[in-house]
Design a protein around this ligand. Structure first.
Ligand SMILES: *[C@@H]1O[C@H](CO)[C@@H](O)[C@H](O)[C@H]1NC(C)=O
Ligand SMILES: *[C@@H]1O[C@H](CO)[C@@H](O)[C@H](O)[C@H]1NC(C)=O
Ligand SMILES: *[C@@H]1O[C@H](CO)[C@@H](O)[C@H](O)[C@H]1NC(C)=O
Length: 288
């Protein structure tokens, strides 16, 4: 049998005993037998009042803290949204795979969203061309994503680097094909030369994060220049795409061909596979 310890505050004198005991677990009745008639109920009342007061003071303090935090932090948002990073789900996998020689098959990864930017807009305001439509059940937001690169417009897109130790990536551009269920509405000037820039995105380009999709991040470096052709696919060299991070890119006409023209819609579910996508290869044996 387990005996439950009962908390009784120690009294410094005999008559204090009746005032001090502050029943913490609903055992007030135990004391009513040994003290005078009004004592324990007063104690209970006093305890309740103190608790209520403390709780009120705590509420006011917390409220005041939130207010002052708001005043201090509001203009900058959480530093670059870093606190909103998706946490790693791959704890200790490095130890499990330490001596592994298993070769995992590559992953095909499509950007969940693409944005358009005016080439001559110094603010780099982004918007999203989408094929949404209204139905009687509400707005439909299909998976079609637009890639448009021409003299006026460039396209920003972001991949979420998937899985663990799949950190060797290439970009693959294959102009999508028209099928019964999917119309990519392709316009491609053959051999359009397109610069692919890596952008300095501190956060996920997610419409639910305040301000994250307003302006395109700054360009960091030129990853590669690819030639777009409706007749054949082309791909970049290998680059590092760390797990739990994002690869954020901008496609714009290469200065060598300022009037390049590429315009199509892609849907990651359309078959055959088409559009701009990333292929992630296992990096286990190459030392991550
Ligand atoms: C990997 O190999 C090292 C050296 O042989 C060994 O000490 C370690 O326990 C191995 N790790 C696993 C997960 O098997
Ligand atoms: C296809 O693209 C052209 C411009 O390139 C546009 O005028 C036309 O409306 C588009 N059609 C569809 C079905 O999206
Ligand atoms: C690019 O994707 C296309 C379509 O899936 C595929 O046929 C081609 O082999 C891929 N290229 C590379 C280098 O992986």
């Amino acid at each position: 049998m387990r005996s439950t310890a009962e908390y009784i505050a120690l009294a410094s004198s005999e008559d204090e005993a009746s005032k001090v005991s502050c029943p913490s677990d609903g055992r007030a009745h135990a004391y009513s037998n040994v003290t005078n008639s009004s004592g324990p109920y007063n104690a209970l009342l006093v305890c309740a009042c103190i608790a209520a007061l403390l709780s009120s003071v705590l509420s006011v303090l917390l409220f005041a803290r939130d207010m002052s935090l708001d005043l201090l932090i509001t203009p900058t948002r959480s530093p670059n949204g870093r606190s909103l990073r998706r946490p790693s789900q791959y704890m200790n996998l490095d130890r499990v795979l330490e001596n592994s020689t298993y070769d995992f098959p590559p992953i095909t990864n499509f950007p969940p969203v693409t944005f358009q930017v005016k080439v001559n807009d110094p603010l780099r305001t982004m918007w999203e061309d989408e094929r949404g439509w209204y139905s009687k059940h509400g707005t439909v937001y299909p998976d079609d994503r637009r890639i448009v690169v021409n003299a006026e417009t460039s396209t920003v897109l972001q991949f979420r680097n998937m899985d663990y130790a799949m950190e060797r990536c290439i970009l693959n551009i294959t102009i999508p094909q028209r099928t019964d269920t999917f119309d990519p509405n392709v316009t491609v000037l053959e051999r359009s030369s397109v610069d692919i820039w890596v952008l300095d995105a501190g956060t996920e380009l997610l419409r639910y994060i305040d301000g994250a999709t307003e302006y395109a991040p700054k360009r960091r470096e030129l990853l590669t220049t690819l030639s777009f052709s409706a007749l054949s696919s082309s791909s970049s060299g290998q680059f590092h795409c760390p797990s739990v991070h994002f690869t954020t890119l901008e496609l714009s006409c290469s200065p060598s061909m300022p009037n390049c023209n590429v315009d199509f819609w892609q849907d990651q579910r359309a078959r055959p596979i088409g559009g701009l996508h990333m292929i992630q290869y296992s990096s286990i044996r190459s030392g991550r």
